[in-house]
Design a protein around this ligand. Sequence first.
Ligand code: C5P
Length: 208
Amino acid sequence: MIIAVDGPLASGKGTIARTLAAKFALPYLDTGSLYRATALAVLDAGDDPADAKAAVRAAQGLKADAIDESRIRTADAGAAASKVAVIPEVREALYKVQRDFAYQPGGAILDGRDIGTVICPDADVKLFVVADAETRARRRWMELQAKGDTISYEEMLSQTLERDARDAQRSDAPMQAAEDATLLDTTSLSIDAAVAAAIAIVEKRQKA
Ligand code: C5P
């Protein structure tokens, strides 16, 4: 079984995908980490994430199994990730590792922005997880604050809106729900309720 979980920043897709992976015993790939690690490599080299040459070089040299989780989870890495993600050659360089992961024997679960539309258009289950922007900005701001990040809520909200727009409006693989995706709005759901709703959607698809 292949499960695709897409949606904007802090919609709850990561938590949902991780829980589904444990529940259905599927290997899990957070594809945003590939874009974040690419962006971080560009920043580490002193280059601009919007510089296509530098970003493509970083994506082609990315070692997906050696990503430093503690460094990619910052607001700056997320913002830079959405800049490298606009570049078609970067997406192309990261395509194979995602496809190979998805189509391993037994299936897999992947979360991102274009899993149901581009990476796994024939996934068995597709979820598109949404929540209103203020709720998402507050969630991510609280997470980052707990980690010592000094970003303000206002800045987080503005980054959220900017990132939504960049992800949804890019010409290559824009963030959008696949036609056959099930929409899950987590705005007023607790984590437990959101996860329970996602499990119910997968189980219903399995029975169908
Ligand atoms: O999900 P996360 O916030 O970690 O993703 C960081 C950025 O990477 C997103 O804003 C998006 O621009 C990009 N991304 C993407 N396609 C994916 C996953 C992430 O373009 N499948």
